[in-house]
Ligand binder design. Sequence first.
Ligand SMILES: NC(=O)c1ccc[n+]([C@@H]2O[C@H](COP(=O)([O-])OP(=O)(O)OC[C@H]3O[C@@H](n4cnc5c(N)ncnc54)[C@H](O)[C@@H]3O)[C@@H](O)[C@H]2O)c1
Length: 319
Amino acid sequence: MKIQDVKKVALFGAGTMGPGLAQVFAQAGFELAMYSRKQATLDKAMVVIATNLQTLVEKKMLVPEAKDQILARINPTQSLEEAAASADVVIESIIEKLAEKKQLYGALDQICPEQTVFTSNTSYLNIFSVMPGQRLSNTVIAHWFAPPHVIPLVEVVKGQESSQETVDFIVELLKSVNKVPIVMEKFVPGFCVNRLLRIIGREVFFQLDNGYITADQLDLAVKASIIPRAMVLGFVQRYDFTGLDLSVRNLENPDFLEPPIDNAPSSLIKRVERGELGVKSGKGFYDYSDRKLEEILKDRDEKLMEVFDNVKDLIYKRI
Ligand SMILES: NC(=O)c1ccc[n+]([C@@H]2O[C@H](COP(=O)([O-])OP(=O)(O)OC[C@H]3O[C@@H](n4cnc5c(N)ncnc54)[C@H](O)[C@@H]3O)[C@@H](O)[C@H]2O)c1
């Protein structure tokens, strides 16, 4: 399939990720059906999209007339048949439960045209194991990052039977909606970035739990060093600048203290026990109790947009 052949994108799931996904495709000019089982979820999703677009208008990143045109390209529906019929591309973004995804794929298999390309936004699951066999060559994982209308990366993960044509098509489609796709050659739970984050998280909690540093000092440390540096050197190329020989010696250092595998870090658990769940409860590692959740999320999105706008020319550049 070619990008110009895509007449309809069908999105399944309109929860946390759904609205941003719908927005990205509609903003890029695609007609999109957004399916949810509940009308209330669809209504809420449309409000979220309208609010996101209004923010873009306020930041002069979108002309005001475009807002209604974009919203008009999204067809919210509770009918699975209506959403799936004649869909060229399926984006599955329902709850992260394999049994639910399996059931949905089975139902879509009955309705979608033979050539439909299937993508799943799963974060960890091996959805290839529950996709009807005849659909596997047209299936890849396309894993987005929250908020999906702001973060450029989408991890495209090949299944054993995914055709190269499908992979190439999805990569081109994602580029055409202004995203930055990367390809993973084979499935591993957590893919690239969430695996990195999990290992980093282990060290973060080790340092916090043992009182080596406070949360705000740790965040300041990474913002003033490895985070912007990685914009230039990534995580791999930086070894070339350190020197691979020195990197070997660093690994041999017997004084380095490895963090233990601790899946119940006390800095996390004690907060959860106190009901401190992060922005959604007004407090986590930081205090947000003086602002409404919508204000906090808007603040986050605006700052993220500013950052990505500033670094977009660096993303594909290499030394
Ligand atoms: N939240 C994130 O930060 C994030 C990031 C990347 C990927 N993901 C992945 O995206 C997917 C969706 O995540 P989310 O955070 O938007 O979840 P969510 O729980 O906010 O939304 C999922 C929606 O799917 C609906 N749903 C559940 N079962 C369904 C079914 N059988 N048929 C149709 N709809 C059903 C739920 O009612 C809900 O509206 C998951 O696979 C998740 O792993 C999430």
